[in-house]
Design a protein around this ligand. Structure first.
Ligand SMILES: C[C@@](CO)(OP(=O)(O)O)[C@H](O)COP(=O)(O)OP(=O)(O)OC[C@H]1O[C@@H](n2ccc(N)nc2=O)[C@H](O)[C@@H]1O
Ligand SMILES: Nc1ncnc2c1ncn2[C@@H]1O[C@H](COP(=O)(O)OP(=O)(O)O)[C@@H](O)[C@H]1O
Length: 308
């Protein structure tokens, strides 16, 4: 089944009504890990990664309205995620604390809606992207004026992928994903397919089958095709659904898992070619077609809001 393409993030309207009195719409795009090397393990158990992030012109949409109450209300709960665990709510509350810590006596609240289209736990970074969107949007709507760097530091406490969504440029990342260097990988079209299984990030990083010492020099290769995803090596051993779909896709296009899976991205030169293979996907495989983009659509949306 094809996932809906109705929320293509090309241009989201932000008109000129007063900031406080209405809902404002913001994109919350997906990311791909074009490669993901595990190069070591830190003393706190976290793994050191080298990865190349690129955004997709496809993702969730958030609507946010400022309220006077000081409350954070998520009006559209996400099935299976309790409000207090939702990264949207956590990000908003974290920003309130940061505002109080810098001396602001009254911090407003917010009402938030989400149109969730990204599969959860798919390696597309949807939760981290939602958190980044909330941090950037409320920073402007609440007129806090925190720097992008400060927001990225706050966001890192919510998830390793949040900083790249805050900065909004495609990047090579080291550390746990927070040391970012801008990059401009080719902006291909991708068919993103979701095998019928879910894979927890913890299970991948605790597996004995995860390679943990990929040569640090490999990521410096000029040829991106020389790079790979170490998590995929573990996942295809344990999840036959992923192994099967990956080998099917590899017949048609260069294909690889993103993040800790389970989604697989297949690379094409044109949208038409990607859609052609999408139409032939095995029965029951969810998918969407999107373009890889090196600037997050969130950045111009926030810039437009700041100017309004
Ligand atoms: C692997 C990546 C690559 O982009 O993406 P996803 O596939 O999850 O999207 C990310 O680094 C995911 O980072 P993040 O989203 O913070 O991971 P979490 O779910 O918080 O991590 C769950 C657990 O996995 C382990 N973990 C995570 C990241 C890391 N670099 N080393 C680890 O060992 C830790 O045990 C952690 O408690
Ligand atoms: N707003 C949110 N959107 C998605 N997942 C969320 C959200 N808030 C909390 N989560 C939790 O984070 C987990 C990871 O979600 P997600 O970021 O979509 O996947 P991944 O890290 O694999 O890219 C989910 O399984 C869910 O339990």
């Amino acid at each position: 089944m094809a996932l809906p393409l109705t929320n293509s993030l090309d241009s989201l309207p932000l008109d000129n009504l007063p900031l406080e009195s209405k809902f404002h719409q913001f994109p919350s795009p997906a990311k791909l890990n074009l490669f993901l090397h595990v190069v070591g393990r830190r003393s706190d158990g976290y793994h050191e990664l080298q990865t190349l992030f690129q955004f997709l012109d496809y993702g969730d949409t958030l609507e946010i309205k400022v309220t006077d109450s000081g409350e954070i209300n998520l009006l559209t709960p996400i099935a299976g995620v309790a409000a207090e665990d939702n990264l949207i709510v956590k990000a908003a509350k974290m920003l309130q604390q940061a505002a109080k810590a810098q001396g602001q006596s009254h911090v407003p609240g917010a009402e938030i809606n989400i149109n969730k289209v990204l599969p959860m736990g798919g390696g597309l970074g949807g939760g981290s992207s939602n958190a980044a969107t909330v941090l950037l949007a409320l920073n402007v709507l609440w007129q806090l004026n925190l720097s992008t760097e400060k927001l990225a530091v706050l966001g890192l406490a919510l998830g390793a992928d949040v900083p790249v969504f805050i900065h909004g440029f495609a990047a090579y990342a080291e550390g746990v994903g927070e040391k970012l260097t801008p990059r401009n990988p080719e902006e291909y079209w991708y068919l993103v397919s979701k095998p019928d299984c879910s894979i927890s990030t913890v299970s991948v990083f605790t597996s004995d089958d995860l390679p943990r010492n990929t040569d640090r020099q490999l990521a410096q290769s000029a040829d991106i095709d020389a790079c790979h995803n170490d998590c995929q090596i573990m996942v295809i051993k344990h999840y036959p659904e992923v192994a099967k779909l990956l080998s099917w896709l590899l017949e048609y296009a260069p294909s690889q898992m993103t993040g800790t899976g389970a989604c697989i991205f297949s690379r094409f030169d044109s949208k038409a070619e990607a859609c052609d293979i999408q139409a032939q996907l095995p029965e029951g495989i969810e998918s969407f077609v999107a373009k890889g983009i090196n600037q997050s659509p969130l950045i111009p949306a926030i810039a437009a809001l700041s100017r309004s």
